[in-house]
Design a protein around this ligand. Sequence first.
Ligand code: SF4
Length: 411
Amino acid sequence: MDVQRKLEILADAAKYDASCASSGTEQRDSSDGKGLGSTSPGMGICHSYAPDGRCISLLKVLLTNACNYDCLYCVNRTSSNVPRARFTVDEIVKLTIDFYRRNYIEGLFLSSGIIRSADYTMEQVVSVARKLREEHHFRGYIHLKTIPEADDALIAEAGKYADRLSINIEMPSEDGLAKFAPEKDVRAIRRTMGRLRLKLDETKEANEQPSRARPPRFAPAGQSTQMIVGADSASDQTILATSANLYGAYRLKRVYYSAFSPIPDASRALPLAAPPLLREHRLYQADWLMRFYGFDAGEIVEEGRGMLPLEIDPKLAWALRHRDRFPLDVATASREELLRVPGFGTKAVDRIIATRRVTSIRAVDLARLHIPGKKALPFIVLSDHRPSPHWLDGNLAQHFEPKAQQLGFGF
Ligand code: SF4
């Protein structure tokens, strides 16, 4: 099989891993001769974000899509009827270097099905990164998927070469993992995440002490994981509680949520349809509330409901359930309180705090502060604005509901 065909198979097989994907943009290209560039990346190329916020393109491939395991939700499971392929270490190294030299990519995202043994597969994955760094002096970004059952020494070596390491937790609950991926061991996953955290903490601590010699480099962009949403019956509440636990216990940089996509010849235990993509989006918004807005996992989803509403974002839904806390006087509210106002992002809150030191804020200033007035005004008091009491007492939810649209006729 030639390398081009392998690339077709192994880049396609890697597309289900969301943990480095950029999604949500429109599809654009310049094939009509107007403009330059495209948002449809080339085969195997995806976009990711570096720790400093830069968007980078990565060659996203599997070493092989053959796998000893039979995780029901996975297109590469051993019982799946898909064409199989396997790159050699040298083939991936060459592809990465060639793509890099042609300016197609700035880095590599490498994952793999498990062949022979966890150690053998991990050794192959590490060999790619080792060759890139040591033989080709490759300084681009490398993200390696880690196999939790692999030997500690191999995982430590992976951290020496990779910018980021990730281990997929896959299912939001242990029951879900036992049902859909019985060969995976949740204890091994958590043990390896715990070891990575220790190593990351040790490296950070040593780097912060100028008197000590610089420690060897270890995954400077930290560790991340991915959870599949909608393959099992786990509620949003369960998913967010699992994420909160992962962030707290292992200090993950990111938990990625990947809406389950139906796969060919799937097990009957799996749903026939994908969950709404909007559910994935709402989970990401809720995740941001936990990481940057001071919300606890337990307060984001309405008690007794289990799921985030799809029609409105989770912060607005929370504010509508806690109207007694509003309206909030923007001139005197604390940063923590301001972060809970619908429409106020973290940067907008910083701008408000800087502005109110020197002047009072009026309704007309919201646009300059990049705050959507329609969303925020019912919840805040400004120097020239106080929301009507009817707003907070009445059916405020209606104010935010998307406008009804006539359905298309299909022609
Ligand atoms: S171990 Fe990974 S590649 Fe193999 S079947 Fe499970 S999810 Fe798929």
